[in-house]
Design a protein around this ligand. Sequence first.
Ligand SMILES: C[S@@+](CC[C@H](N)C(=O)[O-])C[C@H]1O[C@@H](n2cnc3c(N)ncnc32)[C@H](O)[C@@H]1O
Length: 354
Amino acid sequence: MSLLCYCRAGFEPELAAELGERAAEAGLHGHARANRGDGFVVFAGADGDELDRALPWRSLVFARQKLRLLAELRGIDPTDRIAPVLASLQGMAAFGDLVVEHPDSDAGKPLSGLARSFGNAVRPALRKAGLLAASVEAGAPRLHICFLAGDHVLVAQGDPRDSAPWPLGIPRLKLHPEAPSRSALKLEEALLTLLDERERATLLRPGMRAADLGAAPGGWTWVLQRNGLHVTAIDNGPLRQHVLDSAGVEHLRADGFAWQPPRPLDWMVCDMVEQPRRVASRMAQWFAQGWCNRAIFNLKLPMKKRWLETRLCLDQFQAEAGKPVTIRARQLYHDREEITVLAVAQPLLRGPRD
Ligand SMILES: C[S@@+](CC[C@H](N)C(=O)[O-])C[C@H]1O[C@@H](n2cnc3c(N)ncnc32)[C@H](O)[C@@H]1O
């Protein structure tokens, strides 16, 4: 059995290293097929079920999606792509939903039109063959058909409890016209994907107090303010006027590595562009000192050995925080050469490193 994971194009070696190391820690062996720029990694191992369980999607930093590969179809006849797909699924139970997609890569993006039209054509054929439920069944395995080329397809299966619900593993968020920067989408995506609905409702409540380190021009402050939080925005740079004018926002021109809150806060968020280990260490100090008990921060990754650096930074953060902290880390769709980390000084029920 093989896993099929999608990632940001260019981060295939990081994802392969992450899968390999995490599998080895669980006493399992696997090997990755990963080519830089492909936007996906296939990870094969002898004991598929154990491998699948040892690598939950939510625990993976660099995987946007995690699926079980069912078949790889090469050299498909472009005049009948449906028959080989149906043949590869013979004898299987009906899937609850269908996603036809392509890697988010230079080679994959031009295949979006083909994926759409093939989806329209294959859906009724799958239903007729008893391979797809008549209407979406939320809890049942999802069928993924991933086009790598016009004649090359990966057929895979997604467990709705252990995979991203969005096509290509990408949550589509629209930039609000009043958002001061595109960075606002990063924090919105982090809140959407690193917390579930129940956790958001309990951990992020109106009236809570937050600090935003490296706040200018104010995207993250604006997101927190719209969630009803009081925000102290720390940056020597200017904030957009409409953010400054909003209720509950205070701007302090100060160094985010030196400023400390006069009294403990609920949240701290940080988007300062700095050496990741320096950021991880300062973030840990906030937890060790009890200045906050929830945080979301970005770690800008170096050009090389990015999985190693990720690992070092997260371990360093955990060690220096001086108390048990739930950590969830992910390279978000809106992240570039960086990852986003959620840290909460209490156990959360599900997911990675909890
Ligand atoms: C990527 S921008 C932040 C964007 C912001 N999160 C938003 O949504 O609009 C990084 C910011 O960090 C600030 N910064 C970098 N080092 C800093 C420091 N030591 N103290 C305070 N701000 C810092 C920069 O001035 C810059 O405005």
